[in-house]
Design a protein around this ligand. Structure first.
Ligand code: GAP
Length: 506
């Protein structure tokens, strides 16, 4: 069945400068994407909002930047060499290799995540599932490691390395150095916004399953004795989490449960639940995602990543992908990583907390930036009678405003340029457009989701004011040029248009 909405989003993505497959002119390889001028702005906006919000949760949280190439020992220590594998099956006729769980998911419409290759083969045989290319019988199953190996250097001194499969390992290998150079205090958070690489067998759904993608991850190192506490828990205890626990799987029922009840009834540690609340507040309050499009999905023991004790995914409802899809996760990784690095490197990862030796545990807040960018576009996508418009929350829009001179003559273009320059100087991200009719310029800006359009007309020269148009309602106000920076700021922060200037009759 054709997915028209998905096709239209991809069309806008390519036509308007959001994203497209990488190296298109040479024949693209699946799973690699480039961002154009608008997509880069949107991605950067998400990263900046994420950075400000999550680093703001605690004054002992910091951002670091680490290498994407790491030696083999790192992945031996983390368990990725052994466990970072996907189940595969092979066609005995044409030799095509597929993700065994994905082909079953496609045919039988249920999840097979975490099922062993042996059991997958039994299910494949029972339902006579065939090769998606040639319809030949599928015989073998096995596993495939997703890390990309690298040969580093030449000759005797050459070493084996890998492109990292998650940014997280950069934080673990640097934990001790950062702990010593900071306040020697737990909890300590190390955030990384960076690239991750996975040799996915079947990359698909554009930015959802890629081979090279960006993650924004925060590793919170804490004293395991304190897992049932958080100094700010009282701030969130009555806050309702939108949860989809394993026990609700059959009915797809999302439960609203307060943080204090999540601790009491679901037996989740306070430290974990506090951060769930902050994540939900990020999505609903900061990114403006509606409640009905958000949920935490608990993973069963078979589905959990190999390093996690508690593992809940954050899922957003995306029509083009047929329902809720994972965009982030909250993971209690215990001391899995630090003890692994300690034993492989021989370097102690314990720290001294009030005279006691402690091997910190890790709570990980892990976000796929590209998946979130796609979700923001899909949730903003709106078709109206005469236009397609991306109704991003104002604070998330790739550009804050566009400035247009009504015509490029009689000094209107000079005035428009000076308005644009002044706004840019004040830190606003402004697009300047002087080509085509005003109507066409509005449509272009609507398709990339620019929050406000500012038009300079003949009256602007006389009265020193401009028109500011709200993307969503298409209503317009007249505002004085000298009040524009403050007015635009208030508008982007959510102020009603009518309070910013004099409403024009439509
Ligand atoms: N450090 C933990 C970790 O990497 P994960 O669930 O494998 O956990 C975290 O990945 C997030 O990264 C996911 O929630 C998803 O948003 C994103 N992600 C994972 N694999 C991806 C892929 N192949 N393409 C795009 N994003 C991906």
């Amino acid at each position: 069945m054709r997915n028209l909405k998905a096709e239209r989003i991809l069309d806008i993505a390519k036509r308007r400068g959001f994203f497209w497959q990488s190296s298109l002119i040479h024949g693209a390889i699946s799973g690699f994407y480039d961002y154009g001028h608008v997509g880069s702005m949107l991605k950067r906006k998400f990263e900046n909002i994420w950075r400000d919000y999550f680093l703001g949760l605690d004054e002992n949280f910091y951002e670091i930047q680490t290498s994407v190439v790491m030696p083999e020992e790192v992945f031996k220590a983390s368990g990725h060499l052994e466990n970072f594998v996907d189940p595969i099956c092979k066609c005995s006729k044409c030799g095509n290799v597929m993700r065994a769980d994905h082909i079953l998911e496609k045919e039988l419409k249920e999840s097979f995540e975490g099922v062993s290759p042996e059991d997958l083969l039994k299910i494949i045989k029972k339902h006579d599932i065939r090769c998606e290319k040639c319809k030949g019988p599928l015989k073998e199953t096995g596993v495939f490691n997703m890390l990309f190996p690298l040969k580093l250097g030449v000759g005797k001194g050459a070493r084996t390395g890998y492109l990292t499969g998650e940014t997280a390992q950069g934080a673990y290998v640097n934990f001790k150095l950062e702990f010593d150079s900071l306040r020697r205090r737990l909890p300590m958070g190390l955030a990384i916004i960076g690239k991750a690489f996975r040799n996915e067998i079947s990359p698909r759904n554009v930015l959802i399953r890629m081979r090279e993608f960006t993650q924004a991850e925060l590793q919170i190192f804490f004293n395991p004795d304190m897992i049932n506490e958080h100094p700010k828990f009282s701030e969130v205890k009555k806050y309702g989490l939108l949860l989809f626990p394993v026990k609700n799987r059959k009915g797809e029922r999302i439960e609203k449960i307060t943080c204090e009840d999540a601790v009491k009834k679901l037996k989740l540690p306070k430290f974990f639940v506090y951060h769930m609340a902050r994540i939900q507040q990020f999505y609903l309050g900061v990114l403006g995602i509606s409640k009905k499009s958000f949920r935490f999905r608990e993973l069963s023991d078979e589905e959990k990543a190999f390093y996690n004790k508690y593992h809940w995914d954050i899922e957003l409802h995306m029509e083009t992908l047929g329902g809720f899809k994972e965009v982030a996760g909250i993971h209690y990784r215990t001391d899995h990583d630090l003890s692994g690095h300690q034993s492989v490197s021989g370097e102690s990862m314990t720290v001294d907390i009030n005279g006691k030796k402690v091997l910190p545990h890790v709570l990980e807040l892990s976000f796929g930036v590209d998946r979130n960018v796609y979700a923001l576009i899909e949730l903003a996508y709106t078709e109206e009678k005469n236009r397609i418009v991306l109704k991003f929350p104002r604070a998330v829009s790739p550009y804050d405003a566009a400035v247009f001179p009504l015509v490029s003559k009689d000094g209107l273009d000079e005035l428009a340029n000076s308005v644009k320059d002044a706004l840019r100087k004040d830190g606003f991200r402004v697009f300047y457009d002087d080509s085509g009719s005003i109507g066409r310029r509005y449509r272009r800006m609507d398709e990339i989701g620019v929050a406000a359009c500012i038009t300079i007309d003949y009256d602007s020269k006389k009265k020193k004011d401009v028109t500011l148009r709200d993307r969503d309602s298409m209503k317009q106000v007249r505002i004085r040029i000298k009040d524009l920076p403050a007015g635009l700021k208030r508008f982007l922060e959510g102020e009603e248009l009518e309070k910013i200037g004099k409403l024009l009759k439509s």
